[in-house]
Ligand binder design. Structure first.
Ligand SMILES: [Zn+2]
Length: 276
């Protein structure tokens, strides 16, 4: 009788142990399985990271598709300073596209032909149709007093699905321009532009610093609104400033800016820049 009870107790203990072992194995299996499915999800969606220091994995590159928009064009010459803006945007865009074309990690998309005009919607459409994974609109600034100087760029606003990636790219552009010798406007060269209804049928352009807390549905630049990938509009320098124009709008200056933008793009995607 006693021996039978002992045997039963031993059986109960063994059964309990077996249940525990099974539970642990099942838990491990679940962890491994969910880990695998997270990795598979990340590969399928391309979303390896949110904003941070790690490079974004976007789309299926390399090659990564980068759209380059030379601001203005055709009848629209842009600002007239020491240099004419459209000449500066085209020289910079051409040099940047040339660098991207020499790098097997990239496919460059030209949003408009040199010397020709293009609507804002047309520029965004060119990028979207080509499946662009990053969009850069190139501009230069002007100030009537001649006193303003420095680099600034505008990411997509918090209302955009690609706001965080756009902001990350904007910060990289500003950091690389600073390293190239540019002063940064505002807090750190990254700002937001809004067109706010002025109440009488028109719009007023409002510039906000990066720390601005979004509480508006106002529209930003059309190319940033209409592009379906992370997009930034950059004002590389002031055409009304002697020092800025010499450093970042002359023939050599445009090449310097193109190289700087190229290196920011490489850091964004986590590729090694080509030498030269
Ligand atoms: Zn412009």
């Amino acid at each position: 009788m006693r021996a039978k009870r002992r045997r039963r107790r031993r059986l109960v203990r063994m059964a309990a142990l077996a249940v525990c072992v099974l539970a642990v194995v099942a838990a491990c299996g679940w962890v491994v399985k969910s880990g695998i499915s997270m990795v598979v999800d990340a590969i399928e969606t391309g979303n390896f990271s949110t904003i941070g220091n790690a490079p974004f994995k976007q789309g299926n590159g390399p090659p990564y598709v980068v759209a380059v928009d030379a601001g203005h064009g055709g009848q629209d010459l842009g600002a007239e300073g020491i240099y004419t803006e459209v000449n500066v945007t085209e020289a910079t865009a051409n040099a940047l596209i040339s660098l991207l074309e020499q790098d097997a990690n990239y496919t460059a998309v030209r949003c408009r032909k040199s010397g020709e005009g293009m609507s804002v919607a047309g520029r965004a459409e060119a990028a979207n149709k080509a499946g662009a994974e990053l969009f850069l609109s190139i501009h230069a600034n002007y100030d009537e007093t001649g006193t303003a100087s420095g680099f600034e760029c505008f990411p997509q606003t918090a209302a955009s699905e690609t706001h965080e990636q756009s902001l990350r790219f904007a910060r990289l552009l500003a950091a690389h321009m600073q390293a190239a010798g540019a002063s940064l406007r505002g807090e750190a060269g990254v700002r937001y532009a809004f067109y706010e209804d002025d109440g009488s049928g028109g719009y007023t352009k409002v510039i906000q610093e990066e720390s601005y807390e979004f509480d508006t549905n106002a529209q930003t630049f059309g190319v940033l609104e209409k592009t379906q990938c992370p997009a930034v509009l950059a004002e590389q320098c002031f055409l009304s400033s002697e020092a800025d124009a010499a450093a970042f709008a002359s023939d050599e200056g445009c090449k310097t800016v193109a190289r700087t933008y190229y290196e920011a793009i490489c850091e964004y995607f986590g590729t090694t820049p080509i030498t030269g």
